[in-house]
Design a protein around this ligand. Structure first.
Ligand code: ATP
Ligand code: MG
Length: 290
């Protein structure tokens, strides 16, 4: 049965799509049968894997979610033998409105996965930059979620709201939803600000931060325009190295079974004053996530 991972952060441009595509590609070269679900109406993930949904894919995730087609008919092969994609396009923004009136609107993706889950080792969902109905569908269908976070000033802004959404999903829809981890993206080891923000995030989230951090790497920004994941575009780049290491970590983490606890010591919380989050609220959300 596939492990289903949602890549989510309502902040835009933090590396959700880049991380979904490239982690998926690295899992696929490790011969893990992997499916990318592009759940963002922007369709960036589809384009990044060489699929222009509006031209080449007659059916996509939109049709699967509103019940117009079984999801198996909305899945396409990519250049990598073990990597499939269910693309999206602009229509999906309409789905968010169309879904509102449907019964069990928050469980459409989960229901769609039932028939294909056994066919894969991993299903990675690229969420849109919002906490709306599409992201709620992703979190309801997922086993775990990963939060890509840019190591910039205000990185943790909005995190309390994100964790609150997770708590609501756990209480009302998916009690087994777990946090896989925080993924540091676009990291620049020469920047003292990046180092400082990274150490604050690591202090606060401890083991929940992936050891593999993704560096800022121009090759990662270039490869979507060629419709290729980084490992097919430049295997020797720092970006390839980082996402291969992340894939290894994800595979090992799953093998280890239970995810490590989140250490939320008061001391760790005290280290956070420079990052403008509502600390108390954040700590409370965290406790709920244990
Ligand atoms: P959105 O919220 O709009 O969906 P996102 O969170 O999916 O955005 P991406 O599209 O993955 O973010 O990345 C935003 C931009 O940053 C893209 O142009 C991407 O190519 C670039 N980018 C992402 N990660 C890196 C990196 N590690 N190094 C250099 N550029 C990167
Ligand atoms: Mg994106």
């Amino acid at each position: 049965m596939a492990k289903i991972i949602a890549m989510m952060n309502q902040k835009g441009g933090v590396g959700k799509t880049t991380s979904t595509i490239n982690l998926a590609a690295c899992l696929a070269v490790a011969e893990k049968k992997t499916l990318v679900i592009d759940l963002d109406p922007q369709g960036n993930g589809s384009i990044s894997l060489g699929l222009d949904a509006s031209h080449h894919a007659e059916k996509n995730i939109y049709h699967a979610m509103i019940g117009q087609a079984p999801i198996s008919e909305c899945i396409y092969q990519t250049e990598l033998p073990f990597l499939h994609i269910c693309p999206s396009d602009n229509n999906l923004s309409g789905a968010e409105i169309e879904l509102v009136s449907l019964f069990a609107r928050e469980a459409k993706l989960k229901a769609a996965f039932e028939t294909i889950r056994a066919d894969y080792d991993y299903i990675l969902i690229d969420c849109p930059p919002s906490l709306g109905l599409l992201t709620v569908n992703a979190l309801n269908a997922a086993d775990t979620f990963i939060v890509p976070m840019q190591t910039e000033y205000l990185a943790m802004e909005g995190l309390a709201q994100l964790l609150n959404t997770v708590r609501l999903i756990r209480t009302n829809l998916n009690p087994n939803l777990k946090m896989d981890g925080i993924l540091l993206t676009m990291f620049d080891k020469r920047s003292s600000l990046h180092k400082q923000v990274t150490s604050e995030i690591r202090k606060h989230f401890g083991e929940k931060v992936f050891k593999s951090a993704i560096p800022r790497n121009v090759k990662l920004a270039e490869c979507p325009s060629f419709g290729k994941p980084i490992i097919l575009y430049d295997i020797e780049s720092k970006g390839s190295e980082a996402y291969l290491a992340l894939a290894k970590e994800v595979i090992l983490k799953e093998r280890m079974g239970d995810l490590p606890e989140v250490p939320t010591t008061e001391a760790a919380a005290d280290e956070l004053p420079e990052v403008p989050v509502i600390e108390e609220s954040l700590n409370q959300q965290h406790d709920q996530l244990q």
